[in-house]
Every structure is written in structure tokens, then in C-alpha cells.
Design a binder for this molecule. Sequence first.
Ligand SMILES: Nc1ncnc2c1ncn2[C@@H]1O[C@H](COP(=O)(O)OP(=O)(O)OP(=O)(O)O)[C@@H](O)[C@H]1O
Length: 307
Amino acid sequence: MELVLDIQHLSKKYGKKTALEDISFSVKAGTCFGLLGPNGAGKSTTMKILTGIVDADNGNVMILGMDSKKHLHSIKQKVGYVPQSITLYEELNAYDNLLFFGQMYGVKGKLLQERITKVLTQTGLLDRAKDKVKEYSGGMKRRINIAAALLHDPKILILDEPTVGIDPQSRNHIFDMIRALKEEGVTIIYSTHYMEEVEVLCDDIAIIDNGKIITQGNLKELLEQYSTKSIYIETDDIEKLKQLIHISKITSKNDGWVIESDQPVDLLQTILKTTTEQGIKIQALEMMRPTLESVFLSLTGTSLRDK
Ligand SMILES: Nc1ncnc2c1ncn2[C@@H]1O[C@H](COP(=O)(O)OP(=O)(O)OP(=O)(O)O)[C@@H](O)[C@H]1O
């Protein structure tokens, strides 16, 4: 598959502080790539290097086959970047903001009018286009900020933590937008510290921590490879069950227990059979979906949520 982004051995220090240490990853055309990591991991620095805002100390970035050091201008025409902070004129309405940003990207005239209508429709804010941005909610501002990065019809859209501090409705809108853009063939590069977002949106991921990539690859394969397989059960008679079946590791969770097993399907069947035969009542029994939380835990020994 065609690579639209290829990063090799990127390093960056701010003074003595190492922000990135030998980062390499690549992104395939038409996919959603997730850069997942806790605060301060180096996600924004990576994205700023991709967009030419920050210079790397070492390493190479190829975007759409072009070297970012030599062809930044051409690259910028094909890449949309949504920074973490909102960059809109509060006193202007959304339409005028988009007019301004479109012209900055070099889009003009009738084409710009068409693009503004399209991006406002994509963000679900066409009917609010004439309202001043200062009257928008945080989530709506974020959606317009994304719209601004789409005006020049980019092939790659880079989003730096686009859902921080916004309402669930706007978050869902952003997810729907990303899925629709992907359908249209746009490659998405998405940074976040929310594992759940990566799990539902991304095809391939890199997990970054302390400026280093700790693992990367296809999301499904990583989940399969690293995460713990387990069963969740709620029953009033766990002690009896423990005597009847072999359980290697069990921990309490919510109103029940999580039992780890290399063979969760077999264990599930055994539990069902045993509880039925012995008359042990169960309130809930299910296989637990592998999560990125457990991937992170098994690779770093710490929880991403605790960072
Ligand atoms: N301009 C700067 N000057 C000095 N240190 C910086 C600067 N920008 C970032 N850093 C440091 O570099 C490291 C990586 O920061 P970066 O913003 O890339 O992380 P991040 O993963 O995007 O985190 P966050 O989600 O908190 O923005 C952090 O330790 C941060 O404090």
C-alpha cells in the first residue's frame, strides 16, 4: 500500500529537555493513524515537525513522496493541520473566519464559496454560519477549526487532540467527519491520550511515551498480541466457583470479577457448564474485549490513565 507519510529517526530537544528520541513510523494512504500517548509524550512536537512549525534536530520526514525540508510549501498545500489550541477570530462569524482561512490557503472566488459550504455541511454547522464564533460552544469552535483545515481539500488531515474538553455531541460529530473523510480517501493522523478514541477510529497506531515509540502497528494485531484475555463474571458464589474450576488470576471489578485466561472461550464454556450443573447463579458473564489500556500496561508496567 502507498505510504503518504514516512518518518525516520526524528529527534528533538527543547534546551536540555528531550521531547523526541529516534521516532520512526509510517502511514498508509487512506487510513486513520493514531498517535497515542499521555500528556508530554511528544505528540504535539511530532505534529509540529510534520507541519514545519518546529524543526527536528535529526531525522527525515517524507510526506506524499516529498522531503519536508525541501518541499514544505508544496506539502502545506496538500496537508490540513488542526492544532490543539483553537485559532479563530471570536468577533467574526464562522463564514467570515472560513473566508479568511481559505484565502490564506490560496483558495479563492467561487471555489472558496463551494468549499465553505461543503466544510460547514461536513461539520454540521451550516445553519450557524452567520453566528459570531464567540457565541459558539467549545465543541462548535473545535468543529469550525477543523473545517478551516479542510478548505483547501487536503489529502492528509492532521488533528492534534481534537476532542479535549468538548461535549459528547461535538465529539461524535468529529468522529463522523473523520470517518466520512476517510471514505473520501483522506488520510487521517490523529493524536490523543484517549485510548477509547483510537480503538474506535484508527487502523494503525503508534504508542508514544517519554518521547519514544514503545510499540506500533495494526491496532487489531497489537490488541491480539499484547492485551490480556479475560472473562468478566458477576456471581454471589465466586468462592464455590473457584473451588470447581482452575483459575490462575482473578481480580475484583465493579460488582464482579475479572478472570484472566489464555483460552477465554474454553473458560467461558467451562464456567457456563459448571455453574449450570452446580446451580451457581450468575448475574453476568462475558468475554472482555482486549483494550489498549492492557497493551500499554503490559508494555510499560504502568497505566496510561494514571499518567
Ligand atoms: N516549546 C517548548 N519548550 C520547552 N519544552 C517543550 C516545548 N514544547 C514541548 N516541550 C516539552 O516537550 C515534551 C513533549 O511535549 P509535547 O507537547 O510534544 O507532548 P504531547 O504528547 O503533545 O503532550 P500534551 O498532550 O500535553 O500536549 C514535554 O516534556 C514538554 O514539556
